[in-house]
Every structure is written in C-alpha cells, then in structure tokens.
Design a protein around this ligand. Structure first.
Ligand code: ZN
Length: 460
C-alpha cells in the first residue's frame, strides 16, 4: 500500500533524529522491497535479475540500467500491465493533459535530461506523496527560517512564482498543474510563468504577482536578476530557488544581492524530482532515505568522497510503477568527505557539468535578446516524434540542430515542426534573422565528455 503524506512526514522526522544509521537502514529495507516488487511485476527486471539472490539490500550487486535501454523495453519495464508506450505517447501529445492523471492516478513527465534522449517517466501516488513530504517537511524548513523569512512570506501573501517551460509535460510544470488541479484555490498562491515568453512579459507578470518565493531554471532566474538590477523588476522575494542547471559560482551571490534574498539550489531530475536541497554552506543534501546516488567512474566503479565522479547511478526508492534502479543519470558529482557544518545528517554533494550558457541574439530593433538554453531545449523536447536532439549556436545568426526522430515518424515532418517552433519562439522575441539549419551530424558529447542539449560555441 502507498504511504500517505502524513506517514512519510512522520518518517522524515524519525530519520532526522536517527541520523546516518537510520538513513542507511531505510535504504536497505526500501531497496529490498523495491527489487522484490520489480522482479514480481516488471518482466524487464525479472529477466535482468534472474541470476541474483532472492533478497537484495545492496545496490552494488545489481546491473546498471540506461534510459535508452529502459525506453526501448518500456512495456516490460513498467509494473502496471495497463500502461503501454502507445497509450502514454497519445496522452503526452496533448499538452492540455499536463499534470492530469493518466490511467486514473499516474503523473507523467517527459524529459531529454542531460543525455539528450527523450524519456517518459510515470509516477505513482506514493512517489507524489514522498515528493510533497520532502518539499513540505524538509526543503521548506531548511530554506525558510526565522522571523525575517516569516514576515517576508506574509507580506508577499505566501505566493510562489515559478519560471518554467510550459506547454509540455515537463516535471516542474506538470507537478504544479497537478497541485492546482487537486486544489483549485492554490491558483492564488502558485503562478507558473513560461520561460518561452519574451523577458518584458515575464517581468510584467512577476511585478503583478509579487511572489514571496521565486523558483525556476537557474538561467532564467539569472536573467530575472539582471532585470531587478536594471530596476525593471520590482519584486521582493525572501527566497529564490534555482533548479535544473548550474550557473557559474559568481552568479549566485549576484542573484542574492539583486533580490536581497536567500538563494538556494535544488537538484532535481524527471527520474526523481527531489534529489537534493541546497544548504547555507552551498552544498546539496541528498534525500538519501528515498533515493540512492552512487558516484562512479567511466567504468562504473565507485568513486570515493572528495573526488569528482564521471557519472552517477540513481536508484529511486519511492516510485514503484516504473522502477529506476542503478540508472546511469549522466551527471558528475562530488560527495563531501566530512560532515557539513550546517548540521544536516543527509549526505552532501556538489554537481558539476550542468552549467549552461545563455544564448545571445540581436533583435530587429538592435536590442540584445538573452535566452535561457532551456527555453529552446524544452521547445524541441516537447515536439512529438523527437527522440534525441542538440542545438548549437555556431554563429551569432545561426543555430544548427542535430535531430534524431523516433523511428515511426516522418523525418521531414518532425524537422519542419522543430524548425517552426524555434523560428516562432525567436520571432516572438523580435529576432528574425537567425538561420535555423539541420545539421547532418548526430547529437554528440563535448570535449569534456558531457552531453549538452543546447549550447553556444560563441560563449566564454
Ligand atoms: Zn549543509
């Protein structure tokens, strides 16, 4: 049976009191249950784990999984036989379905993530309860402290604004929609502002809504901070939460100063939306009672604390409908070797290689237009029929698009939809002279070995 929100909240408290040992105990028992469930209900895992002992409490004995392989075996991967890839695809083709229950209760989110390959993730009620509990019981308590924060939230009416990609089934957007569908009165407290809009419109919406918490993709928040510095944006949030990507380190104090607010980072992905929350010491604390992150080298051997990993293996201990176990996430992390001075018993990490450059264009009127990379990436990501993509700005007025449509789609149609979406977005921002060309090369990794879905060769 799925844990209720209250059961999970109570358990978070016990884990806080119990510290490291309690966290390790949760990992062992939850992993054993997850593996047993996956073997009993997922034909894919039954096959993959056929030679393993009956009870598994340690991830290191398990084989590694990848997004490409899991997506390829989608129908066998899920543990609910009513779910088929065709049914999910039909569901996600309609943007209006974002956040609405799929097959009764599931939340569906899609992402190309840091690997550029499109994944479709289905979350059950238990997952949703765990994420809600982590947000309410752990992150908010960690972020908002003291009288100043309290009065700051009160004076802003307790409102949260989020700068996210909309119009698709992206994690942040779909989750916020689900929360508002569950309780329509939340619409007064939560506002999602699309990063696809021109900056003037984003500024106007923020000025009108006056959030106490400003949440969003880090690159979009950095652009908003510039607007605050220029005096066009007039909000006074107490807390700014940056997510999904990293910024150059000097950008964080700059954002804090621009808003006169606390800035906290959040580490999230569609595979587990509440991986870690930032503390005042600038470390990210992993919600290790509900997720296992194993830093490994290129040959998937463990990397000790203090050393930067090549990739990280993720095991989601909450979601049962689509088990994600020892999954190659692609991020490079470093685990803090000693206890964090902030006092949190949760393991502290830093994430590298998610840094993304803002793309810069010139509008018809000569003005500079700065676009967060995710504004372009999410647009392509939500185009039906896209399997993998990469967008490269190689000249001030040229974007090269590397595209791999999914096998069952007409290549020409997918390309024309992608090209149209990018051209429309640029036009909406007053940029009309950019050539959007198809690059025959497949999406590829950069010299550093990391894949970046959107980047500029002009930056830096
Ligand atoms: Zn800390």
């Amino acid at each position: 049976m799925a844990e209720s929100l209250w059961t999970v909240l109570r358990d978070l408290k016990r884990v806080r009191r119990g510290g490291i040992e309690e966290i390790a105990a949760r990992q062992r028992s939850r992993l054993a249950e997850l593996v047993a469930h996956a073997r009993a209900n997922s034909p894919y895992y039954r096959e993959l784990y056929h030679a393993l002992p009956e009870r598994v409490t340690d991830t290191t004995t398990l084989p590694i999984t990848t997004k490409a392989e899991l997506m390829d075996r989608f129908g066998d991967w899920v543990t609910d036989r009513a779910i088929t890839l065709d049914a999910v695809r039909e569901f996600i083709e309609d943007d209006e379905n974002a956040g609405t229950p799929f097959l009764g209760s599931y939340l569906v989110v899609t992402t190309s993530g840091t690997s550029g390959e499109r994944g479709v993730f289905i979350q059950d009620d238990r997952m949703f309860n765990v994420l809600s509990a982590i947000t309410v019981g752990r992150a908010t308590g960690q972020f908002l402290r003291g009288r100043h924060d309290y009065w700051g939230m009160v004076s802003n009416g307790g409102r949260t604004a989020a700068l996210w990609a909309t119009g698709g089934h992206f994690a942040g957007y779909a989750t916020a929609r689900r929360l508002m569908l569950q309780r329509p009165s939340r619409r007064r407290k939560i506002r999602i502002i699309s990063i696809h809009h021109p900056l003037e419109r984003i500024v106007a919406e923020l000025n009108e809504f006056r959030p106490g918490i400003l949440n969003g993709y880090a690159s979009a928040i950095a652009l908003a901070a510039r607007e605050r510095e220029a005096g066009r944006l007039n909000i006074a949030p107490v807390l700014v939460i940056t997510a999904a990507e990293g910024l150059p380190p000097e950008e964080y104090p700059r954002i804090a100063e621009a808003f006169g607010a606390k800035v906290r980072n959040q580490y999230a992905c569609a595979e587990f939306m509440g991986l870690a929350n930032g503390c005042g010491e600038n470390w990210l604390h992993v919600n290790a009672d509900w997720v296992i992150l194993e830093p490994v080298d290129a040959k998937f051997r463990p990397v000790p604390p203090g050393e930067r990993s090549h990739t990280v293996l993720l095991t989601n201990l909450a979601n049962r409908v689509q088990p994600i176990i020892r999954y190659d996430l692609g991020d490079s992390i470093t685990v803090r070797p000693d206890p964090c001075p902030c006092g949190s018993p949760l393991p502290a990490i830093q994430v590298q290689g998610r840094t993304s450059d803002v793309l810069v264009f010139t509008a018809e009127n000569g003005r500079e237009v700065r676009l967060p990379p995710l504004a372009l990436g999410t647009l392509v990501d939500r185009t039906p029929g896209v399997s993998r993509f990469q967008i490269v700005q190689d000249q001030p007025t040229r974007l090269r698009v590397r595209l791999e449509p999914s096998g069952d789609r007409d290549d020409g149609q997918v390309w024309s939809a992608v090209r149209g979406a990018i051209t429309d977005l640029l036009a909406e921002h007053g940029v009309r002279d950019v050539e959007v060309t198809r690059d025959g090369e497949p999406p590829s990794r950069s010299a550093g070995g990391k894949f970046r879905p959107v980047y500029s060769e002009l930056a830096g």
